[in-house]
Design a protein around this ligand. Structure first.
Ligand code: TMP
Length: 238
């Protein structure tokens, strides 16, 4: 089947159904806008399994996603969308670029969740942008943006409770949204939700269990991703 798109961590392929695509999770990892690269055996399988479990959990809670069906170890079928070129980051604790931008200490609990928007553009290095930039660039309509923010905060509420049940603190995460084809009138959650796109800290020890292990050379990257999957699957079952 034809390759439609290749990103840093995923490939999208055509299927026999016109508005369904196959999303393949790769073992490749990048950080700092692809300045740092590595391949982790099994990452694709682990991230697909975590994304699948979270999508199913969120759908049960009434969140609309592009998930369609599971396929195999590293592939899932998703409904075709036009991706909104905005990365929505939701934060509960200070880490990463928010620490750099504010000088607040890592782990500082935010008074209320912070939502940020980034321009999804590799050539520009995904810069942070505000509503005025979004309007100028016509990245989303005001209604779409309002929906993304509200839906992102709802996903945060659901996932914060879920990850706590799984013994992890949801520090922050990145979401992407897409306009469902063919109409492009409904905006739904798209892409992946995995240890590549969330910061997850062990509730008791504070140990990092996400891609920061790769970014910061902490070692045991896939061991911790596997632990995240086990905990997520146990929390779903409980
Ligand atoms: P940041 O602190 O580096 O801005 O990252 C915020 C959150 O977004 C964190 O959970 C990691 C995630 N993220 C991505 O999923 N993709 C990216 O390209 C970046 C920069 C961050």
């Amino acid at each position: 089947m034809t390759l439609l798109y290749e990103g840093k961590a995923k490939r999208l392929y055509d299927t026999d159904e016109p508005n369904i695509v196959r999303m393949e999770f790769k073992d490749e990892a990048t950080a700092f806008n692809a300045e740092k690269k590595a391949v982790f055996a099994d990452k694709g399988r682990l991230n697909k399994a975590v994304t699948l479990a979270l999508y199913k959990m969120l759908e049960k809670e009434g969140v609309r996603t592009h998930f369609y069906a599971d396929q195999d170890d590293v592939n899932m079928l998703v409904r075709r969308v036009e991706i909104v070129q905005i990365e929505l980051v939701v934060r509960n604790y200070v880490a990463g670029s928010l620490q750099k931008r504010t000088g607040l200490p890592e782990g500082h609990k935010l008074r209320q969740p912070i939502v940020e928007t980034y321009y999804k553009d590799d050539a520009l290095g995904d810069p942070i942008i505000n509503d005025d930039h979004i309007r100028e660039l016509e990245l989303a309509t005001p209604d779409e943006l309002a929906h993304m923010r509200e839906a992102g905060l709802e996903v945060n509420r659901i996932m914060t409770g879920f990850f706590e049940k799984a013994g992890m603190k949801l520090v922050d995460f990145k979401l992407e949204y897409g306009r469902l084809l063919p109409d492009k009138t409904e905006v739904v959650l798209a892409d992946e939700i995995s240890p590549d796109t969330c910061r997850l800290w062990d509730l008791e020890t504070g140990e990092k269990m996400d891609k920061d292990r790769f970014r910061q050379d902490l070692g045991q990257v896939m061991e911790k991703y596997a632990e995240v999957l086990t905990r997520v699957e146990n929390a779903i079952g409980s």
